[in-house]
Ligand binder design. Structure first.
Ligand code: GAL
Length: 656
């Protein structure tokens, strides 16, 4: 509802050319009357006359009737066509976060006119009084209202209170934020054989073994493995190795892939002992796409597409079902009035998963592995049954069904945990470890408790293979970058068999329910996401339906030189060696002595980022290889400098 007032405009031009008075419309428009659904919002949805959480707008105790509540990073583009005169607003961090001292956002409000900065609030923190913003916008064609993150990047609930634009002529209109076009860097895999995937695989003696040797290149392909330990056999056409090895030891094998165009070979180490998960798990998880809309068909579709699309040829392995496969908690599932466990306490899957064993059989015959999820509490996050008091039955059932991966998600355990002191935080994970040790199956043990109690310092001690270090990720820059760039302090705890887990990937189509949308990350942000997760040795769990992969997402997930950084057998996590003015440099040492270096730009404009050889402890001229393009950039004497796009990355390999 624009506040129109008709006024008579007299301009010199009109007097001379028309020689008369002209009537034009002028007025003010409240920002909240424009289409706020077009605002690009870092978290949640921007709202008219409400904060991003849906409360009345309020800054330092003062409530405002009108305005727009949003969340950094936020962009609101408005078409003015040179007909507006002034923007006015009162800006600040909303009280819904600043009341709590531990949750004080910090943001910068900016007004951009035709790409030029017209006004900046400078950094504002929660609890600070609203600042007046009054900006002359005469002649501006497109106005952009920006909210950037301040020093920290959480709780940035930002209000443009009482915001309005005065205009003379055409009324302002909200514009759709143009989405940058995806661009593909990954070269297409060549027709000749090239072996991919991990160079080492761990298994416990006597437990079922399944590993698929993978390679890119034209099919048919013939595989061979020289030096396989006793008890294992290879299927030469699929590359699947199965069986059991009774004798512990390190077995050095040579893997060979051959097609009509040539032959490739590579060393592959099979480590038979008490350690599994020697490289970060790579696969798919149902949560970020389907959440509780997951069912047997959808899981099979992703598994099948993993093979049909060729993703499997790049080392992608796990097909993991997240929450919502069980029955709803209670003695009986309230929806169907039937028990949630059988007479012996074994869990029963719900109607969307008619036969778990058949499902894992299907996944395994494709050469893939299967994952499952449950909570140590009486209920999962979504109110389905948890393992509480049935830990033994659940571990046994998962093994019997044939699962290879368990995500054990705290959630409902809060109801029974006690004080949440350190021993309370560890208790359920220690208990399930014990139960998993009693089954004859290797099950990757993934702890999910959002990083509480600095889990990275004790995840290994309780027998975890990976542990979530943060809350849930979503497909926004502030979430992804906020999580990813906060991982610098955990590097020392990562090693083969033990991985920090900054949560699953948000590329491709995501949605947490039946309705999916394209990830809201820009292409450069997605390059940042994958590059950073590879440098961090993070488990790589794709959160989109594989059968719906677009070409860009496919290219992001099939760059073998980038994936090799994640799968490097040394298992060293990247360390941040530089962090200033939105420029970050992360360095990861690789098994062959080379370094993977990520040059990141977290600003919303492009800028040059430099890494000096002495900062990364290398001497003399070095070869720099662009990993995304899989091409050498040349030899560099003392440093490497590159222009990095907004929110983007250059991922390189530095070697002698
Ligand atoms: C959360 C967990 C998510 C997802 C969800 C399922 O606690 O962090 O990754 O598993 O539960 O309800």
């Amino acid at each position: 509802m624009a506040m129109h007032r008709r006024i008579y405009l007299l301009t010199a031009g009109m007097v001379f050319s028309m020689g008369a008075f002209a009537i034009a419309e002028a007025g003010s428009v409240w920002l909240d009357t424009l289409d706020v659904s077009l605002i690009q919002t870092g978290w949640g949805d921007s709202r008219a006359n409400r904060s991003v959480d849906g409360n009345p707008l309020s800054i330092q105790g003062k409530e405002f009737e009108r305005g727009v509540g949003t969340h950094a990073d936020s962009l609101f583009m408005i078409q003015l066509d040179g007909e507006a005169t002034e923007l006015s607003a009162l800006v600040g961090v909303d009280d819904e976060v600043s009341k709590d001292e531990t949750k004080r956002g910090s943001v910068v409000f900016k007004v951009i006119g035709d790409k030029k900065e017209l006004w900046s609030s400078e950094q504002m923190k929660g609890g600070q009084a609203a600042k007046e913003c009054r900006v002359d916008i005469k002649g501006i064609k497109v106005l952009t209202l920006v909210v950037e993150q301040g020093d920290d990047n959480t709780y940035d609930h930002a209000d443009w209170a009482m915001a309005k634009i005065d205009y003379a002529g055409k009324a302002p209109v909200a514009l759709e934020i143009p989405r940058p076009k995806p661009y593909i860097l990954t070269p297409k895999a060549g027709p000749r054989p090239r072996i991919t995937g991990p160079k080492v695989f761990g298994v416990r003696p006597g437990n079922p073994f399944l590993f698929t040797v993978t390679a890119t290149g034209e099919r048919p392909m013939k595989f061979d493995v020289q030096g396989l330990p006793e008890g294992l056999t290879l299927d030469a056409s699929s590359g699947q190795i199965r069986g059991t090895v009774r004798k512990a030891g390190e077995y050095k094998t040579t893997v060979i892939a051959e097609n009509k165009l040539g032959k490739a070979q590579r060393e592959f180490r099979i480590s038979v002992g008490d350690k599994i998960c020697l490289t970060p798990p790579m696969g798919w998880n149902s949560w970020n796409c389907w959440a509780c809309a997951v069912d047997d068909d959808k899981v099979r579709a992703s598994a099948k597409a993993m093979v049909d699309s060729g993703l499997i040829n790049h080392g992608w392995t796990y097909i993991n079902i997240d929450d919502c496969w069980m029955r709803k908690a209670g003695a009986q599932d309230p929806a169907i009035g039937e028990p949630v466990r059988d007479n012996d306490g074994y869990p029963i899957s719900n109607a969307r998963f008619p036969d778990m064993k058949k499902l894992t059989d299907y996944i395994h015959q494709l050469g893939l592995k299967a994952g499952v999820y449950i909570s140590p509490g009486p209920t999962t996050c979504q109110g389905y049954i948890g393992s509480w008091k049935f830990e033994r039955q659940d571990a046994q059932q998962f093994a019997e069904w044939g699962f290879d991966y368990l995500k054990y998600d705290w959630c409902g355990y809060s109801d029974v945990s006690g004080n949440e002191k350190m021993e309370d935080l560890q208790r359920p994970y220690i208990l399930m470890r014990k139960m998993l040790d009693e089954v004859d199956r290797d099950i990757v043990y993934s702890l999910c408790q959002y990083g509480w109690g600095d889990v990275w310092t004790w995840g290994e001690a309780v027998g975890g293979n990976c542990w979530r270090t943060t809350g849930d990720i979503t497909d926004s820059w502030s979430s992804m970058a906020g999580i990813g760039f906060a991982q610098a302090d955990h590097a020392q705890y990562a090693k083969p068999g033990c991985w920090n887990d900054p949560d699953m990937l948000v590329v491709g189509k995501v949605g947490w329910g039946p309705k999916l949308h394209d990830s809201r990350l820009t292409p450069d942000e997605q390059y940042t996401h994958i590059s950073l997760w590879c440098l961090l040795n993070s488990p790589l769990l794709i959160g989109c339906p594989i059968e719906q992969l677009d070409d860009f997402t496919y290219s992001l997930l099939t760059n073998d030189e980038v994936l090799d950084i994640n799968q490097d057998p040394l298992g060293q996590q990247a360390r941040r060696i530089y962090n200033e003015s939105g420029k970050q440099v992360w360095v990861k040492r690789l098994e062959d002595g080379a370094l993977a270096v990520g040059l990141f730009n977290t600003q919303s404009f492009s800028q040059a980022v430099t890494v000096g050889w002495k900062d990364i402890d290398v001497r003399g001229t070095q070869t720099v290889r662009d990993l995304w393009r899989q091409a050498d950039e040349g030899r560099f004497e003392s440093q490497y400098s590159v222009e990095v796009p907004a929110h983007g990355v250059k991922l390189i390999r530095v070697s002698k």
